[in-house]
Design a protein around this ligand. Structure first.
Ligand code: HEC
Length: 201
């Protein structure tokens, strides 16, 4: 099927090249993916710090709020890795318009398991609660609203604490996600973009 299309379009391409260079089509760089996948949230491990009720409530909320659909490796492109549930994504999300800029800014959803080096093992419960309510990270830096904290900011402290309790009780998974990429720099790991565009008129 592909071959047939190539043969059919070749003469057109050659004619186009002879007169004018083909215009840059940013969509050539992208293929459509279907990210919709049912995701399990991993079981937490009992400990002395949090009650079973808190951990279960947190697990329920994490599933409901879809944290894993961004923070699980492969989930953004419909292929979640079962061994990296909530352990961060090697696929990033573009936050400037990749249809206008060849090199958009890209953020990579982090590892939410308690691994101290690659995850959020060193975050306090209060810091995780602050992230959900205000988007402020553990260094006092504001994260972009791609992390949907504006949608979560009215979450009551008990629920946010239950999410923190659950995340802190997960088995730690060692997985370092790529660093964020500033607009204009070339991302060396793949990314997706979610687009909402308004008509010009
Ligand atoms: C639409 C995708 C998306 C969803 C859904 C999402 N996040 Fe995020 N999250 C991100 C991105 C992207 C970042 C990195 C933002 C940045 O670096 O500016 C992030 C960052 C974070 C961080 C900081 C991690 C770090 O290492 O700095 C935490 C904690 C976090 N998210 C928790 C959650 C929780 C808990 C949920 C569900 C209640 C959730 N996120 C849902 C995309 C998402």
């Amino acid at each position: 099927m592909k071959k047939l299309i190539l043969i059919a379009t070749l003469p057109v391409l050659i004619t186009a090249c002879a007169s004018d260079p083909a215009p840059y089509n940013p969509l050539d760089e992208f293929e459509q993916v279907n990210p919709a996948t049912m995701l399990e949230s991993p079981e937490s491990v009992p400990n002395n710090q949090f009650t079973a009720e808190q951990r279960e409530r947190g697990r329920y909320l994490v599933t409901l709020l879809g944290c894993g659909s961004c923070h699980t490796n492969g989930a953004l492109v419909g292929q979640p890795r079962a061994d990296q549930l909530l352990a961060g994504s090697d696929w990033g999300i573009a936050y400037t318009n990749p249809l206008q800029e060849i090199n958009p800014g890209v953020v990579y959803p982090g590892n939410l398991t308690p691994d101290p080096e690659t995850g959020i093992g060193n975050w306090s419960v209060a810091q995780i609660v602050a992230m959900l309510r205000t988007g402020m990270d553990n260094h006092g830096e504001q994260t972009l609203p791609i992390m949907p904290w504006p949608a979560y900011h009215e979450i009551v402290v008990d629920d946010a604490t239950a999410i923190a309790a659950y995340l802190k009780s997960l088995p730690a998974v060692r997985h370092e996600v790529p660093g964020n990429v500033a607009p204009g720099q070339r991302a060396s790991s793949p990314y997706v973009h979610f687009g909402v565009y308004q008509s010009r008129e």
